[in-house]
Design a protein around this ligand. Structure first.
Ligand code: NAG
Length: 275
């Protein structure tokens, strides 16, 4: 059963326009690429003096393996984790669907400005959901086999498109802790079926996960006696954890607070003696 399949209406809507805008960050990602289970994977090592022996699995937003995401993966590595992120878009992230800018023209990073009007967003989305549903479980199994030791623990973090895979990995007991930020494509069962602890990093101004849906999700977590924590921001849009404008001090604060919240959640749960 795929992580995003199953009947029922959405609590967090599938990615939409709001998922395709934001700022591209500057920096030189320090990881490397490798093919794991046939899927291109970004892998970044923790500094030797800080390595904690545990692994973070990164489930990307619709931009895939782009600078912002790679730099966030580098940050999880700097915090002590070996980090791996798979390209479930197979070289076809959303930003590839842009017309070439005219000579001398600054490229816009709001895809709504540059998306080909004939681009079939839903066709694109469904194709990649089908692949990711199938690829994430076997990729995860291959990562465990190739990189795991007997005492390695796992955590997973997903942004937008990646959120249902976080819930799926928590439901299947593959990871000791999970987290998502500005999630998309979530139904009741995603919350009802989790086993391990879930951290939700959200904004109240989110098209994909509006107030009413978030409250319903919390009800499901509460009724199911799940372990969770909610971090809720105002005055930031969907995408805040990855595509904030870093020249804006408040947006920079929110992005950093989301990252810190997630990494501290992982640190706390992965250092428990059991689980
Ligand atoms: C959520 O509620 C707040 C406070 O009432 C409101 O300002 C905001 O627009 C709501 N968000 C959405 C996405 O409906």
């Amino acid at each position: 059963m795929g992580a995003t399949s199953n009947a029922g209406s959405y609590l967090a809507r599938p990615p939409g326009d709001c998922c395709t805008k934001g700022c591209i960050h500057e920096g030189q990602p320090r990881g490397e690429y490798e093919t794991i289970a046939g899927v291109e994977t970004y892998i970044v090592q923790p500094p030797a003096d800080r390595a904690n022996g545990h692994i973070v699995l990164y489930l990307a937003d619709v931009f895939g393996l782009y600078t912002n995401g790679l730099l966030v993966m580098d940050s999880f590595a700097n915090a002590g984790y070996l980090v791996l992120g798979l390209d479930y878009f197979c070289g076809d992230p959303i930003w590839k669907h842009r017309p070439q800018p005219e000579a001398g023209e600054e490229p816009s990073y709001d895809i709504r400005d540059w998306m080909d009007p004939d681009f079939d967003f839903h066709g694109w989305l469904n194709k990649h959901i089908a692949f990711a549903d199938e690829a994430v479980p076997r990729w995860t199994a291959a990562v465990k086999e190739q990189y795991g030791q007997a005492d390695t623990k796992y955590a997973c973090v997903g942004y937008c498109f990646g959120a249902p895979y976080v819930c799926d990995l928590l439901a299947r007991d593959v990871v000791s802790a999970g987290a998502f930020a500005h999630p998309a494509s979530l139904k009741d069962h995603h919350f009802a079926n989790i086993k391990g602890p879930l951290f939700l990093s959200c904004t109240q101004d989110d098209y994909t996960f509006p107030n009413e849906s978030r409250r319903k999700a919390l009800d499901i977590l509460h009724k199911g006696d799940k372990t969770w924590a909610l971090q809720l921001f105002t005055n930031v849009e969907h995408g805040f954890a990855l595509r904030s404008d870093l020249d804006d001090p408040y947006q920079r604060y929110v992005k950093d607070a989301s990252f810190r919240g997630i990494v501290e959640w992982f640190d706390a749960w992965l250092s428990q003696r059991s689980g």
